[in-house]
Design a protein around this ligand. Structure first.
Ligand code: FAD
Length: 306
C-alpha cells in the first residue's frame, strides 16, 4: 500500500505532548502514569499548561520542575499575562531559568472572569503575548513558543489581523507556534499558506485534540472558535452512552487526521493529551514512533515514580 511505503521512506515525525497540572492526588497519579507511558516515545518536548488567571502558578511550576528533575524529557512551561504584574511574571520566568527549564509557551491568557468576557491587561502587566515574548527574551536565552489560530482567535477582526498578531510574536523572538486544535486539515493548510505569504517562517505545529468525549470537545471548540464539522458530529452520533465504540471511533478519526497531515508534509505534531496516554500512544505508534527500549520503561526516562 502507498501509505505504508511512505511511512518507511520519510523521516520520523517529531511529536510533543501537552499536559495540565493535576488538582488532586488521583489526577496526579493519572498524569504520571501517562508521562511514564509516553516518555519512551522520546517527544521533542512536553508542555504543562497554566490555569486561567494564573490559578495554577504553583502547580504548573511543581509539575514542570518534577519533569525536569525526574525524567529525561525537555519540559516547556506555559505562562500567561493575566492578573499579574511584570515583576511577578518575571520572577516566575527567572525561577524556571534557575530550575533549568529553558522553554516557555508564552500566551496572553483569558480573563479570570472566563472566556468570552472582555480582556483587559493588568495595569503594570504584560498586555499581550507579544509583550510577554519580548519580556522573556530580555530575561535570558529561553526558547519561546506561542499560539496560532488556523480559524483565527475569536477576538481578532480577521484572519489577516490575526496573522499580524502572530508576526508581532515572531518579531519579538518566538521560534515556534502551536495551533489551536482543528478538525479539517484543509483549514490548517490554507492558514499555513497565508502565514508563509506574510513572511513568517517558523514551524507552525498542528495541535491535535484526540476526541473521545465529543460533547466536551464541542464545548471546547465553541469557546475557542474552532469549528466542528457536521461529519464529525455524525461519526459520534448516538454513542453518548457507548464508551467502547466511542474510543474506537476516536482512534480512527485522529489516525485519519494525523496520517493525512503527515502525508501532506507535516513533520511535527503537538498532542493535547488531556493527561491521557492510550489514544495518543496508539496514534504515535501508527506514525511510526517506537519506544526507545521496546516494551520496557527501564532505559527510557529516569525512574518515574507513580
Ligand atoms: P495573543 O497572541 O496575545 O492574541 C490574542 C488577541 O489579543 C488577538 O486576537 C487580538 O485580538 C489581541 N491582540 C494581540 N496583540 C494585540 C495588540 N498589540 N494590540 C491590540 N490587540 C492585540 N490559556 C491559558 O490560560 N493557559 C494555557 O496554558 C494556555 N495554553 C494554550 C496553548 C495553545 C497552543 C493555545 C493555542 C492556546 C492556549 N491558551 C492557554 C489559550 C489562550 O490563552 C487564549 O486563546 C487567549 O484568549 C489568547 O492568548 P494568545 O496568547 O493566543 O493571545
Amino acid at each position: 500500500p502507498v501509505r505504508a511505503s511512505r511511512e518507511m521512506d520519510r523521516p520520523p515525525v517529531k511529536v510533543s505532548f501537552e499536559f495540565f497540572p493535576p488538582k488532586s492526588p488521583e489526577m496526579e497519579k493519572t498524569l504520571w502514569s501517562s508521562i511514564a507511558r509516553l516518555a519512551p516515545l522520546s517527544p521533542d518536548f512536553v508542555s504543562v499548561t497554566y490555569g486561567a488567571g494564573g490559578s495554577t502558578r504553583e502547580r504548573t511550576h511543581a509539575t514542570v520542575e518534577r519533569i525536569a528533575k525526574e525524567t529525561d524529557l525537555a519540559p516547556a512551561a506555559h505562562l500567561t499575562c493575566v492578573a499579574a504584574t511584570r515583576d511577578e511574571i518575571d520572577a516566575v520566568v527567572r525561577a524556571y531559568g534557575e530550575a533549568g527549564v529553558k522553554h516557555i509557551v508564552a500566551l496572553r491568557g483569558d480573563p479570570v472572569t472566563g472566556v468570552g468576557t472582555a480582556y483587559a491587561p493588568h495595569p503594570g502587566g504584560y498586555a499581550y503575548a507579544s509583550d510577554l515574548v519580548a519580556g522573556i527574551k530580555r530575561l535570558g536565552d529561553f526558547e519561546v513558543s506561542v499560539s496560532a489560530y488556523p480559524e483565527k482567535h475569536p477576538e481578532s477582526a480577521s484572519i489577516d489581523a490575526d496573522i499580524d498578531v502572530l508576526k508581532a510574536k515572531v518579531d519579538a523572538g518566538a521560534t515556534r507556534a502551536i495551533t489551536q486544535f482543528f478538525f479539517e486539515n484543509d483549514v490548517y493548510f490554507r492558514y499555513l499558506d497565508k502565514v508563509r505569504a506574510r513572511g513568517i517562517d517558523i514551524p507552525i505545529v498542528p495541535g491535535i485534540l484526540p476526541v473521545t468525549n465529543f460533547k466536551q470537545a464541542s464545548s471546547f471548540a465553541t469557546r475557542t472558535g474552532a469549528s466542528v464539522p457536521a461529519w464529525l458530529l455524525r461519526r459520534f452520533e448516538g454513542l453518548d452512552d457507548d464508551v467502547e465504540t466511542r474510543k474506537l471511533i476516536a482512534a480512527a478519526v485522529a489516525a485519519e487526521q494525523v496520517t493525512d497531515l503527515v502525508d501532506r508534509g507535516v513533520t511535527d505534531i503537538h498532542f493535547y493529551t488531556l493527561n491521557r496516554a492510550d489514544l495518543v500512544y496508539a496514534i504515535c505508534h501508527l506514525l511510526g514512533l517506537r519506544p526507545k527500549a521496546e516494551g520496557t520503561l527501564a532505559d527510557a526516562p529516569k525512574a518515574v515514580a507513580i
